[in-house]
Design a protein around this ligand. Structure first.
Ligand SMILES: C[S@@+](CC[C@H](N)C(=O)[O-])C[C@H]1O[C@@H](n2cnc3c(N)ncnc32)[C@H](O)[C@@H]1O
Length: 278
């Protein structure tokens, strides 16, 4: 895009102005026999994608899996809006685990506000514009500073003594899962700095994830993607076997209780430096 309005930058305003000035330059995108014109899977759109250096968009959530697969297959740099649920998709989580996709810098909490004029419902009005909150986050493979910041943490003993969370403070020890070889860490800021084994942390950990500080091992799910699952329950063991097999289970008041989905992580420790022989 050229700098149509001469303000020194080529941006969306120039696109608008170009289209206004050059009505004849508009042409409908073609159907390719399989996909309709403008569908991101159609031949013409794929050809346009190949030309792009960076893709920035808000893809349809219903086709999110296909959309991400296409970007990855074409080796594109991207910054896209995703629903938080997409983190746990089988097609997406392995990319996060392998550091091929991560979160943008906008915080998880609070979601994103979208203009809701066409939706018929809205949650607040700012400067006369109706807005609706969507549990959305940025997914990207563009590097940024936040993912190189180290999360400050206390030791396990300090957490048990001083944590601001009543679920951690005063406990004798962190809970160990009954069905995973890992400890349950119910809050990201309660990750013990001195524990070398696997730890199950909330999905919101990804907001603070620094791949130099932590390694992602998997996610608590039906399959054993982490290799840390130690047990499959049957209905003979417990009537809530189905629930327990989907997640990490911890003993609570004598009963096994399913936790929320957890990301299984481990501290990345610097290898001890080799001592030089004198
Ligand atoms: C979440 S909306 C974002 C819209 C736009 N980025 C905006 O901010 O107004 C997703 C858009 O993808 C379009 N869409 C749905 N299926 C599509 C497909 N197969 N190929 C291309 N676009 C599609 C929808 O019509 C919708 O406009």
């Amino acid at each position: 895009m050229k700098d149509e309005d001469g303000d020194g930058a080529a941006n969306i305003d120039d696109v608008k102005l170009f289209l206004k000035r050059n009505k004849a330059a508009r042409k409908a995108l073609k159907d390719d026999g399989e996909y309709s014109g403008g569908d991101f899977r159609s031949a013409e759109c794929v050809a346009l994608l190949k030309e792009a250096d960076i893709v920035v968009t808000n893809p349809p959530f219903s086709l999110f899996r296909d959309y991400v697969a296409q970007l990855v297959a074409h080796g594109k740099k991207f910054l896209i809006i995703a629903n938080k649920n997409a983190i746990t998709y089988k097609e997406v989580f392995p990319l996060i685990k392998d550091n091929k996709l991560w979160m943008g810098i906008t915080a998880f909490s609070g979601g994103m506000w979208f203009v809701a004029d066409y939706m018929g419902k809205y949650e607040k009005v700012v400067d006369g514009v109706k807005l609706i909150n969507v549990p959305a986050i940025w997914f990207t493979n563009l590097d940024h500073g936040r993912r190189h910041q180290k999360l400050p943490l206390m030791t396990m003993a300090e957490n048990l003594k001083f944590s601001k969370h009543k679920e951690v403070k005063g406990k004798a020890a962190y809970d160990m899962y009954d069905n995973y070889d890992a400890i349950e860490v119910p809050f990201t800021d309660a990750i013990p700095s001195d524990y070398d084994g696997a730890m199950g942390v909330p999905i919101t950990f990804l907001d603070k994830y620094n791949p130099e500080q932590f390694e992602i091992l998997g996610i608590t799910d039906r399959d054993n993607n982490s290799g840390l699952k130690t047990k499959e329950y049957t209905l003979i063991d417990t009537p809530n076997a189905g629930d327990l097999n989907r997640r990490g289970a911890i003993l609570f008041g004598g009963d096994l209780k399913s936790t929320f989905a957890r990301i299984l992580i481990r501290h990345r420790r610097a290898k001890p430096a080799m001592r030089k022989k004198k």
